[in-house]
Design a protein around this ligand. Structure first.
Ligand SMILES: *[C@@H]1O[C@H](CO)[C@@H](O)[C@H](O)[C@H]1NC(C)=O
Ligand SMILES: *[C@@H]1O[C@H](CO)[C@@H](O)[C@H](O)[C@H]1NC(C)=O
Ligand SMILES: *[C@@H]1O[C@H](CO)[C@@H](O)[C@H](O)[C@H]1NC(C)=O
Length: 805
């Protein structure tokens, strides 16, 4: 019914869809052009889809009153910096936001407010700072670096400092083929540069004077500029060495901050790379504030004055609050603040990556050996682009295939179109064989955060296809919308229409249809790649299942396993150290792989539905049905009463052995809504979730049962700790299977739902309140945050739980 409605609509409007799609894309391109897309930096800017001649910028800081304070200069987000807090309090990539950085070691309370003009072409970053401890003498030595890239190729790109009488302000004239002409200004609003009143001059050597801002222009190859911190430290280090040598033993300590002021020590010729260093007195009641403004010469919406900046920042803040409340309803003010910050941090992790990736296409896996696999034949491929959020800006600042689907489940509730933009960027990466890397690590900057042995990706390795899960949820949302819509609004959209809001695709499903049509062949390749490479060897079971009397009912094509598991780990599954069969065997079949293929199949079916490809719909529906049946026929252990991996046990004569470790893997068919609503197994799964001796805890569902022999053992990564992604799916599934009980909150299922929801919220909130961060996972015994700190990837799903479920 819904489908045919869409078809009629489609036929009547096809000619204008193309034009409208252009408008929509133009709107997306504009509003998402600029952002702090170098999310691996505490604050780093670059434009999106500007690859040949982008402008890039970053902020670093340190306390130059401390000897060797420059060793603690901040640049890339690094958990070892132990910042007391760093967080986007509000952020939306389309308009801007406010990031706070509390750095006790450097005695600095830093706030960066980022805002964009309505047309998306101009932006400003207002940097405000003050001491955390006013008693402590310190400086805030802020180092900005920026580069207009593409200069060496065409000699057209430029970024040149303009002469200006002002002692504190700078203006730069910029041009790039892709960005056009622009002006960049750095202008102080308040603050005092450091100087010691007992001294006449702060200059320790020519150009080394902290009482005024310093500028250094030089040439750095485009692909090296991300090393801005190393270059700064090297130049400074040599400068310091020389000054100290010249002053032998009587260096006047009062001049220390000038010692750490960059100067043109090597007499380098100027170029398109610039450092600007401002050393503010950061003691007592002193604070400082300056604006970095980027204005495109052709824009009619230039950001001109400090008060215009203040207004822009305020309206950005208001707009985000309005948008947030439209999507989420959270009554308790403190919880709302927590949720807004958490969502903002997920969005603040969104990055734009461009570069090559390293792939080993030569190493063939011997499926009979399970030692650690080393990928020694990596070769560069690309360059590629990726627009994605990241699991953690400090620890994992790159694209993760399995995390991203979960990020999208959250992002789509705030900005559907943004989620769509991200998913299309990933779908773009699907190669001719249908493969996408598990970790997408593009370019040297991204690779610098990855141990070398993990930079190489293999086209034999899969990962849970969560992107298809997210795509399926998106399509469901759009399809549900269609019959409540005013048809007339399809007919003549204008760019203004698109500027009205963020959920355009929900309102213009014909655009999704056009997109689905375009990517269907790619998704099909991906589907085929997954289902071919991860296929299990069912024939190994022929005799066994014959004897069990079920060989004829098993669907032979719908059996799967993760390729690339080792004795100790199954990294492709995403649940690295979750216990599997003790002795790996080529015949092993993994229940979670099968469940994930179920979701892929369902998603393909929905896309085929949207495209009216009836034959394909029927084919996928059949495969989906087979998978659902195989879950029960092959993987349900009647004895244990749960879903389990199976393998062949050679020790006890050839036998089908259930490998049952109660935990997330046993819940997955339920969490992914693959169990039929009338299935008798549903009750048992719910009972397992409710069991306090096993999976239920005051902090959320444990990844592995407390009664399991591996609970809490070894690395203890997926052997007990509580993870938000699977908890979220379980809550959502409870809602799906038991809508009435959940709403009435009466029966035991309703009680389970409420308790689980409250426990998750309370625990993540409590940790945030204590420590200021979200965590990768939470301890099974006392709920404390564990794993990576500031992990606002899928843990951010708590926002949906608070505001939507
Ligand atoms: C939007 O940006 C993408 C990526 O650069 C580009 O392929 C596309 O042509 C742009 N579309 C419009 C309408 O500007
Ligand atoms: C940091 O500074 C801001 C003002 O810029 C202030 O609102 C905030 O309370 C300060 N935070 C701390 C921890 O001092
Ligand atoms: C000098 O800087 C000030 C402040 O940024 C600016 O208003 C002025 O236009 C600049 N002058 C030149 C010649 O760039």
């Amino acid at each position: 019914m819904l489908i045919s409605l869409l078809t009629i609509l489609w036929l009547s409007i096809t000619p204008i869809v193309g034009a409208k799609n252009e408008l929509f894309q133009e709107y997306m391109n504009q509003t998402l052009l600029w952002g702090p897309y170098r999310s691996n930096c505490y604050f780093g800017i670059r434009p999106r889809y500007v690859n040949k001649s982008p402008f890039i910028m970053g902020i670093m800081w340190f306390d130059s009153l401390k000897e060797n304070g420059v060793g603690s200069i901040r640049h890339f987000v690094n958990p070892d910096d132990h910042l007391k807090k760093y967080a986007w309090e509000v952020y939306d990539p389309r308009i801007g936001g406010r990031e706070i950085l509390l750095d006790e070691e450097n005695n600095l309370n830093l706030t960066v407010s980022f805002s964009k003009s309505h047309d998306g072409l101009n932006w400003v970053a207002r940097v405000e700072g003050s001491p955390l401890n006013p008693e402590r003498k310190s400086t805030a030595s802020i180092v900005l670096y920026m580069q207009q890239q593409g200069g060496d190729d065409d000699h057209v790109s430029k970024l040149v400092k303009l002469e200006n009488k002002s002692k504190t302000d700078f203006q730069f004239d910029g041009y790039s083929k892709e960005l056009g002409a622009y002006l960049l200004s750095i202008k102080d609003n308040m603050g005092q540069y450091y100087s010691d009143s007992t001294l006449k001059s702060m200059e320790v050597a020519l150009g080394a004077d902290c009482s005024k801002p310093t500028h250094l222009s030089l040439r750095i190859p485009d692909d090296q500029s991300w090393k801005a911190r190393d270059v700064f430290q090297t130049i400074l280090g040599d400068s310091v060495k020389e000054i100290l040598q010249n002053n032998a033993n009587d260096f006047d300590r009062r001049l220390t901050p000038s010692l750490y002021q960059i100067r043109n020590f090597y007499n380098l010729p100027p170029g398109n790379f610039h450092y600007v260093q401002k050393t503010f007195d950061n003691s007592g009641s002193n604070g400082f504030e300056f604006d970095i403004t980027f204005n495109t010469v052709d824009s009619l919406q230039k950001i001109k004055t400090a008060s215009a900046v203040s207004n822009l920042i305020e309206s950005t803040n208001n707009e985000i609050n309005i948008r947030f409340d439209k999507s989420f309803s959270i009554k308790v003010e403190e919880e709302r603040k927590f949720a807004l910050e958490t969502l903002s941090n997920l969005l603040g992790g969104i990055g734009y990556f461009h570069g090559t990736q390293i792939v080993d296409r030569k190493t063939i896996f011997d499926e009979e050996q399970f030692d650690d696999i080393s990928l020694k034949n990596g070769a560069e491929e690309g360059p590629f682009d990726l627009f994605t959020s990241v699991p953690s800006r400090g620890k994992f600042p790159r694209g993760f295939y399995w995390d991203e689907g979960f990020h999208l489940l959250q992002i789509m509730e705030y900005d559907f179109d943004l989620a769509f933009e991200i998913i299309s960027s990933w779908i773009n990466l699907i190669d001719d064989n249908g493969w996408v890397a598990r970790e997408v690590i593009l370019g040297d900057e991204a690779r610098s955060k990855v141990p070398p042995e993990f930079t190489v990706q293999s086209p034999h390795i899969a990962n849970p296809p969560t992107l298809l899960l997210a795509f399926s949820e998106m399509l469901t949302k759009v399809l549900n919308n269609i019959n409540t819509m005013d048809m007339n609004r399809y007919i003549d959209a204008t760019i203004d229409d698109f500027q009205q809001g963020t959920n355009q695709l929900e309102r213009h499903p014909e655009l999704i249809r056009e997109y689905a049509e375009k990517v269907y062949p790619k998704l099909l390749k991906h589907y085929n790649w997954f289902t071919t490479t991860q296929k299990g060897l069912i024939d190994e079971y022929a005799e066994i299942l014959e004897e069990e009397g079920i060989w004829n009912s098993v669907h032979k094509d719908e059996v799967f396993k993760w390729v690339g598991r080792t004795y100790t780990h199954c990294l492709p599954s995403g649940l690295d150290d979750y216990p599997r069969a003790e002795t790996p065997d080529i015949a092993e079949l993994n229940v979670d792989t099968l469940a994930w293929v179920g979701i892929m199949t369902r998603s393909m079916k929905q896309i085929a539905q949207v495209l009216d490809m009836d034959k394909d719909v029927i084919r996928y529906a059949q495969i989906e049905k087979n998978i659902i049946e195989n879950l029960d026929i092959l993987h349900w252990s009647e004895e244990k009463g749960c879903y389990c991996d199976v393998t062949i046990d050679d020790d006890f004569g050839d036998k089908r052995e259930f490998v049952c470790h109660e935990g997330y893997i046993s819940l997955l068919p339920f969490a992914l809504k693959l169990i039929p609503k009338h299935s008798p197994h549903l009750k048992k799964v719910v009972a397992l979730m409710s069991n306090k001796k096993k999976l239920f805890s005051d902090y959320g569902l444990l990844s592995l049962s407390k009664e399991d022999e591996y609970f809490g053992k070894g690395e203890n990564y997926w052997r007990g700790p509580i993870w938000m992604n699977i908890n979220y799916l379980c809550l959502d599934a409870l809602n799906f299977y038991f809508p009435e009980e959940v709403t009435a909150s009466k029966t035991s299922v309703g009680g389970l739902y409420q308790a689980l929801k409250n426990n998750l919220i309370n625990n993540v909130y409590r940790n945030w309140k204590d420590k200021g961060y979200c965590y990768e996972n939470y301890d099974a015994n006392d709920g404390h945050g564990s794993g990576t700190e500031h992990f606002t990837g899928w843990t951010a799903l708590i926002v949906n739980i608070l505001g939507r479920l």
